[in-house]
Design a protein around this ligand. Structure first.
Ligand SMILES: Cc1cc2nc3c(=O)[nH]c(=O)nc-3n(C[C@H](O)[C@H](O)[C@H](O)COP(=O)(O)OP(=O)(O)OC[C@H]3O[C@@H](n4cnc5c(N)ncnc54)[C@H](O)[C@@H]3O)c2cc1C
Length: 391
């Protein structure tokens, strides 16, 4: 049986970043994932906006220098509210970050995962096993025994469930979830466009949900952005099936032509929009992080950013007392450190999504007034920006 300090199930962004951070603390880490090793060749068409605290964590664990060449800064956030069908703008406000430097940085998921694997492959205390999944888990007082699909077994002092929203680790620990379904889907894709984005991330609200354009580097000499387009289920499925030109035209109309004509580049991916919270974050010898613990609608760039707050909390606790790794005391501290923040972010994003997608006249009026109120009153604006950044 293979033995290690920490077994991480799940080689998504959260699992890989946790692996780098924990190997740097001197722990022996094994990471398993049923998928192939990420190579950077585009399988996941998404990119992720890393807000300042997430970037700070990446800097602290020495990853930022490696990832910075892939990053597009998000210098400003523009919010456009709309009315009508097709939507036309009724108000627009630009938000600037406090102090110097951008709000965040946009990084392509595939290339980021590939870069993280490269770092781990050079670490003597990291073992990466792609093509292998966790199938069973038995926790004892001093360690947990994990069974893999290959029928190998691993013994670890701490198991981290970073295996996504349908987490096998969570199910093996018999931890329930509460799930809210919004009847929405998120289409994720890349576009090129006529008007340069100027490093401004743009969110456009209309009934159905938010349409977000996040800056990317130029593609084939044309300005380019990543888009997350949230719509009610039937319309999202209809859009996903449209031919490229018709889809590009619909996206341009939905964007109120804020960046001129949008042209679809590459594939569209479609995701159900849910809010899901694990009723507990821990079990004996087990900690859940990221989407295994909490799933948020893809709005306000809170998903992975709150996941990295989980990683930071676990790393701090593990580093402060390495002998207590995976103990009841450490796991109780983790549960305590993360529960409130997760609940608060989930409540805020749930409300935000409901308000953003509403077509009801009175909600729209409140939304426009709310946008002006938040933007035009400096202390309110600062407080909202700080909260959005995870403060
Ligand atoms: C359209 C969209 C846009 C988003 N944009 C942003 C953004 O801009 N900013 C932001 O902060 N967040 C964003 N998010 C959220 C963010 O993408 C997620 O929070 C993040 O990708 C989740 O990472 P994860 O590692 O928890 O899960 P996943 O990426 O799902 O990774 C889970 C991994 O676990 C593996 N796995 C599954 N079962 C097993 C098993 N039994 N054993 C071992 N491994 C297993 C899977 O193969 C997978 O690799 C967005 C989400 C969506 C849908």
């Amino acid at each position: 049986m293979h033995r290690c300090d920490i077994l991480i199930a799940g080689g998504g962004l959260a699992g890989l970043i946790a692996a780098v951070a924990l190997t740097q603390q001197g722990f022996d880490v094994t990471l398993i994932d049923p998928g192939p090793r990420p190579t950077g060749a585009c399988k996941d068409t998404r990119s992720t906006a890393y807000l300042r605290p997430a970037r700070d964590l990446l800097g602290r664990i020495g990853l930022w220098d490696q990832l910075a060449p892939l990053a597009t800064p998000l210098a400003q956030l523009r919010i456009i509210d709309t009315a009508g069908d097709p939507p036309h703008p009724v108000d627009s406000r630009n938000f600037l970050p406090e102090g110097s430097g951008p709000f965040g940085w946009n990084l392509p998921n595939d290339a980021t995962r590939a870069a993280l694997c490269q770092v781990l492959e050079t670490a003597p205390n990291a073992t990466l096993r792609f093509g292998t999944e966790l199938t069973g888990l038995l926790a004892r007082d001093a360690s947990a025994h994990v069974t893999l699909g290959s029928e190998d077994r691993i013994e670890a002092r701490l198991v981290i469930g970073a295996d996504g929203h349908a987490s096998t680790v969570r199910q093996a620990c018999e931890i329930d979830v509460t799930t809210t379904r919004y009847g929405q889907k998120a289409l994720a894709f890349e576009v090129t466009h006529d008007v340069p984005h100027g490093d401004i991330s743009t969110e456009i609200y209309a009934s159905g949900g938010a349409f977000t354009l996040v800056p990317l580097p130029d593609r084939d000499g044309r300005p380019s952005s990543a888009v997350v387009w949230m719509e009610d289920d039937p319309r999202a499925l209809d859009l996903a099936a449209r031919p490229t030109d018709a889809f590009s035209a619909a996206a341009t109309a939905r964007s109120t032509s804020a960046l001129g004509n949008l042209r679809l580049h590459g594939e569209r991916a479609i995701f159900p929009v849910i809010s899901q919270r694990s009723k507990r974050l821990t079990a004996r010898r087990v900690a859940l992080i990221a989407e295994a613990a909490h799933v948020l609608p893809p709005i306000g760039a809170q998903g992975l950013n709150s996941s990295l707050a989980d990683v930071a909390a676990l790393v701090d606790l593990a580093a402060s007392d390495p002998t207590a790794l995976g103990s009841d005391k450490m796991l109780a501290s983790y549960e305590h450190a993360r529960s409130f923040d997760i609940c608060a972010r989930m409540a805020a994003i749930d409300a935000y999504n409901r308000v953003c997608r509403s077509g009801a006249g009175w909600v729209r009026r409140v939304r426009v007034e709310g946008l002006r109120f938040v933007h035009d009153l400096e202390p309110v604006r600062r407080a909202v920006i700080r909260a959005g950044l995870g403060g």
